[in-house]
Design a protein around this ligand. Sequence first.
Ligand SMILES: [Zn+2]
Ligand SMILES: [Zn+2]
Length: 126
Amino acid sequence: MTGMQKKTTQRESIRQVLCQATRPLSPQEILEKARRHAPSTGLATVYRAVKELQGESWIRAVELPGEPARYELASKPHHHHFYCRGCGKVFDLEGCPRNLARMVPKGFRMEEHEITIRGLCPNCSG
Ligand SMILES: [Zn+2]
Ligand SMILES: [Zn+2]
């Protein structure tokens, strides 16, 4: 395999990992999953691929204060997240509170919002 082919395979496996993910993944989590298909993948390759895929607006970052960003497909419909402080995993939540706009005082215009609920996932609360 040439170096170029190897890089393509690694990038493709990173792409696949993100496609198949059921929750936002950190670069470290992407690395662990990508290595199952392309064992020589390194963290630098993951960071590079993530940057490229984000530049192409194919994935977006889920930002959490004091945490490395997690990444998810940009095509996902609007949703929110649950952060487990036990295992550090981030999970998708469905739906959105309807009355958020009512919290915004008169004269202010809401443009976007993020909601992260923190707590323990079933694995960690048991
Ligand atoms: Zn957990
Ligand atoms: Zn919402």
